[in-house]
Design a protein around this ligand. Sequence first.
Ligand code: GDP
Length: 197
Amino acid sequence: MVIKTATFVCSNTQVSALPPPTMPEYAFIGRSNVGKSSLINALVNQHGLAKTSQRPGKTQLINHFLINEAWYIVDLPGYGYAKVSKTSREKWEKFIRAYLTKRESLQCVFVLIDSRLDPQQIDLEFCYWLGEKQIPFALLFTKADKQGGTTTAKNVAAFKRKLGDWFEEIPTTIITSAEKQTGRDEVLHFIQEVNKD
Ligand code: GDP
């Protein structure tokens, strides 16, 4: 898929204020600092569209970006930032869970996982929750340029093994690097195929 246009539409703190659900949308989520903004910018080839984290964990906003006048990328606030208070974390949970369970135009959630790390409990638990709610998701492993392919493969395999305890079918997995544009075509192709349905 060729990205012709990518524009910021709105930021929201309330599910009730989201744009009308008239176009398919794809949400991006992951731990703070996982590389979400960088990956969104790499996908649309527009440096600075999604704001790379100046204040990690502080912004609790759902950002909509309209792509090719036809579908949305939705940038969700990151989870797992240690310095966030319990109240703020609970607020995050309520807000995001409401969005993910209620948004009828949501096609797929891209869960971003840092490819440098062993499986992290917080990521696994989030995937289990998506599965429980029957929300379609795919895994995007980030920052693959940071280490050799063998380490990435080992971490990806370990994560999938963990998910295998819960899921009969492991979701689509794509290894990415915003830095090297790795996986970009695959992610866009995946979206194109879902949009066809
Ligand atoms: P976010 O908080 O998930 O939106 O993460 P950011 O996109 O702001 O990235 C966090 C940090 O990781 C920044 O310093 C980025 O430059 C760096 N980063 C993000 N993606 C990549 C990548 O693919 N490769 C490398 N080497 N660094 C990355």
